[in-house]
Design a protein around this ligand. Structure first.
Ligand SMILES: Nc1ncnc2c1ncn2[C@@H]1O[C@H](COP(=O)(O)OP(=O)(O)OP(=O)(O)O)[C@@H](O)[C@H]1O
Ligand SMILES: [Mg+2]
Length: 360
């Protein structure tokens, strides 16, 4: 032993902490670099198990290198360097297999200050997850830029044409151009509103203001709105399945969910759209189904992702609708799923708990 002093408190803690419980990878070596232990997260990250590594040299089993191919262990130099050096800040390193990892180290000395290095404690974190997140942010930026550019190109094109050649167009032609400009401006506004919803959902800043919401009444209202806007009134059917409990929900957000699902059923589906509402153990289940082609089972997990829109690009959506719907439902403590409906089309089914008043 090195005559280390362990006080009672840390001995207690040591008995309840298992290195295998750590979320990050952990590798401990002696001063020479011989591996003493490898925890489960490190084994998962590197593919090298505790038993395979123990007793061997770090360089032979893990062999971390920096971007320029330099050997990290050699660089760490446990026999050289300042005697006050106790840690090696996190670096992005690669294994010979090309796997990227964030690696940091602590040099344990005896005595603690200025003594010789007795052990090296190394933590490993997955750099892939961070890189994926950064990539998805970059994708988001480019998708948004693209989505904003097409309506703005038309706004700019038509206004420039009208300004340059105002007297050469008839009133009817001018009207058509202005209507297009107007519709495209609406599209930009809608996209920006949706993006704000997305950012609130992602940062967990979505606020729910609860009140008593009569779900069937909200559905009837949305149907009435669509019928008033020219849709045939046999396009929608409302089915009630039993007496509903009182539900405390955010009315605007529930409207948004219902309107989105019904809009999708009309735009991406076909035939009659059936909306059914029934009580469940904790609250209410609502399902919206149509008689169209539905969603192939292998794409079911994709439909709720941002900007995913199957082959519906030409139908003018942005692919944010269902991502937002899912976020709104989850903010209520509910869940949503999709399956093949009894008549073949897609059936979106969500459940929301009854909820309680905000200041109960
Ligand atoms: N009822 C449905 N039937 C068949 N496919 C559907 C249905 N609802 C959604 N989808 C598919 O899921 C995709 C994602 O839907 P989502 O509502 O997120 O986006 P969108 O409707 O394309 O655009 P947005 O809602 O942002 O205007 C759609 O593009 C479509 O391919
Ligand atoms: Mg949609």
């Amino acid at each position: 032993m090195h005559g280390e002093h362990i006080d009672e408190r840390s001995a207690d803690t040591a008995s309840v902490i298992d290195v295998n419980d750590l979320p990050d990878g952990l590798v401990v070596t002696d001063r020479d670099g011989h591996v003493l232990t490898v925890n489960r997260a490190a084994a998962r990250l590197t593919g090298v198990t505790h038993d395979q590594a123990v007793g061997r040299h770090l360089r032979d089993v893990f062999s971390f290198r920096d971007r320029d191919g330099r050997d990290w262990w050699k660089w760490l130099d446990t026999y050289g360097g300042l005697p006050t050096r106790t840690r090696q800040p996190e670096l992005s390193l690669r294994t010979p297999g090309g796997q990227e990892m964030l690696v940091a180290a602590r040099l344990v000395r005896t005595p603690e200050r200025g003594g010789e290095i007795v052990r090296v404690v190394i933590t490993l974190r997955d750099a892939g997850a961070r890189a994926r997140l950064e990539r998805s942010r970059a994708d988001l930026v480019s998708t948004v830029a693209h989505e904003l550019r097409s309506p703005l190109t038309s706004v700019k094109g038509f206004t420039a044409t009208l300004l340059a050649k105002w007297t050469r167009f008839t009133d009817d032609q001018k009207l058509v151009m202005l209507e297009t400009v107007n519709a495209d401006a609406d599209r930009v506004t809608r996209l920006i509103t949706e993006l704000l919803d997305v950012s609130r959902i992602e940062s967990g800043r979505l606020e729910i203001h609860r009140q008593v919401v009569d779900i069937p009444a909200r559905i009837r209202k949305i149907i009435a709105g669509r019928v008033a806007a020219g849709e045939p009134d046999d396009r929608f059917r409302l089915e009630m399945g039993g007496e509903l409990p009182e539900t405390w929900l955010d009315q605007d957000k529930i409207d948004q969910v219902l309107a989105n699902l019904m809009e999708n059923a009309v735009r991406h589906g076909r035939g009659t759209v059936t909306i059914s509402v029934e009580p469940n153990e904790w609250g209410v289940t609502v399902s919206v189904r149509d008689q169209g082609e539905g969603i192939p089972p292998e794409l079911v997990t994709r439909v709720f992702q941002q900007f995913w829109r199957g082959n519906a690009r030409r139908r003018g959506g942005t692919g944010l609708g269902l991502f937002i719907v899912k976020g709104l439902i989850e903010a209520h403590g509910g869940t949503i799923s999709v399956q093949r409906g009894p008549e073949g089309g897609a059936e979106f089914r969500f459940m929301v708990p009854t909820g309680t008043p905000d200041f109960a």
